[in-house]
Write a protein that binds this ligand. Structure first.
Ligand code: ATP
Ligand code: MG
Length: 394
């Protein structure tokens, strides 16, 4: 269905040169989101307004659904776009808008808000408001004008064309992807890390990702699950370069040389180190994980500190203070939960100790890692060299 939408964004928060970058990124992300639909769309951007026009085979709910996943959008308004044929004709257009939108204004309050962006328009905004308000009352005499707290607001924007709208469908908010730098997400098959990636993207961050698997201890299906999760969050984040690292030999070597209760923590340190190598290659400025304080032994304050000690880049943990239930709710809302709970094995759980250290000491861990001196550098190099990079798109 052919339809025009006015896109509202948080314009107050952004000023000067940043505003231009924000708008450019937003238009780019809108175009990217609409590319996936079956239809032709035109996204235009003029004087602080973004309009989307088109549709074709795509239903309007599909368009709204796609737009509601574009960060930076605060509201999506289906608008009626009409030619300027004088005030009386605009009144007719308003009535048609009410009829098409099946508005029921009986016993309800409303007001008209006109914005005259084209100053050459002969009638002043207040007069347009009054005239159109009168036409609405003619159409529905049981309606009432209330300029202070109306139940319905009819917006009229006078530009080259005239736009009428009332309904504002909330967008996801946040910042357009591309305005917040680039991060490397440590993406496992669990519930948390996809949510962490989603939250960073909401602040405008572009993501690449790294996944550590341990074939044959972890299956091809476990890997497929991670690719599926990456595809599911790519709806919000845009394309992701997923690095699939074969971690088996490193894990086996740690298992052979180090105390088993320290295994998870040492393994996590090597994951971070390798993630940072790819982050630097991809020009990322930070790492992102799905960690949350106290969730498991490897996420106590002490464990986080010991893991963090290997990193030189900042490590962002957007879920750090979230309860599991809160994370699950986001996962359900963004559509990753069902995939995350599929039962495939994770590389961390295979060699896991019965009683992992919960309060590791950095000095002690570093001493244990000395036992890896002989081969670990070569193994890390090998893991980096054999990493597969998969381009994931929604
Ligand atoms: P998640 O639900 O994200 O898997 P989790 O509760 O299972 O988290 P851990 O297994 O301790 O917690 O992992 C903590 C974080 O470390 C994950 O959120 C993720 O960012 C990263 N991580 C863990 N395992 C892997 C892996 N195999 N590949 C990439 N990153 C991983
Ligand atoms: Mg996990």
């Amino acid at each position: 269905m052919e339809q025009t939408y006015l896109i509202k964004y948080g314009e107050i928060a952004i000023k000067g040169k940043n505003r231009h970058l924000f708008e450019e990124a937003l238009v780019r992300q809108i175009r990217l989101a609409l590319e996936r639909l079956d239809g032709e769309f035109e996204t235009t951007w003029e004087q602080g307004r973004i309009y989307v026009e088109g549709g074709g085979a795509a239903e309007s709910w599909e368009v709204i659904d796609a737009l509601s996943k574009v960060f930076g959008i605060v509201g999506i308004c289906p608008v009626k776009k009409v030619e300027d044929r004088g005030l009386e004709a605009l009144g007719d257009d308003m009535v048609r808008f009410l009829e098409e939108g099946e508005y029921d204004l009986a016993g309800r309050t409303f007001k008209v808000v006109t914005r005259r962006a084209r100053k050459s328009y002969p009638t002043e905004s207040m007069e347009v408001n009054a005239y159109l308000g009168g036409r609405i009352l003619d159409w529905c005499p049981q309606a009432q004008v209330d300029v202070h707290e109306p139940e319905t607001v009819f917006h009229v924007e006078i530009r080259d064309k005239i736009y009428i709208y009332s309904r504002v469908i909330p967008g996801p908010g946040g910042m357009p992807v591309g305005t917040g730098g680039r991060s490397m997400l440590l993406l496992s098959g669990g519930i948390d890390s996809p949510v962490a990636g989603y939250m960073m993207a909401k602040r405008g961050v572009v993501l690449d990702a790294v996944y550590f698997h341990a074939p044959p201890y972890t299956s091809e299906r476990a890997r497929q699950k991670v690719e599926d999760l990456a595809r599911e969050i790519a709806v919000y984040t845009g394309p992701i370069r997923l690095h699939v690292v074969n971690f088996t030999d490193i894990q086996l070597y740690i298992y052979e040389k180090c105390p088993h209760d320290e295994l998870t923590i040492i393994m996590r340190r090597y994951m971070m180190k390798i993630a940072e190598i790819f982050a630097a290659k991809c020009r990322c400025l930070s790492l992102v994980t799905g960690e949350s304080v106290g969730q498991v032994a490897s996420q106590t304050m002490q464990s986080l500190a010991v893991t963090n000690a290997v990193c030189t880049m900042p490590v962002f943990r957007p879920l750090i203070a979230f309860d599991k239930q809160e994370i699950v709710e986001i996962a359900e809302r963004i559509g990753t939960f069902e995939t995350s709970i599929l039962p495939y094995e994770d590389c961390c759980t295979i060699f896991v100790a019965k009683h992992p250290v919960t309060k590791p000491n950095l000095k002690v861990i570093e001493r244990s890692e000395k036992k890896l001196a002989e081969k670990i550098d070569a193994l890390v190099e090998e893991a980096v060299a054999t990493t597969e990079v998969v381009e994931i798109k929604a």
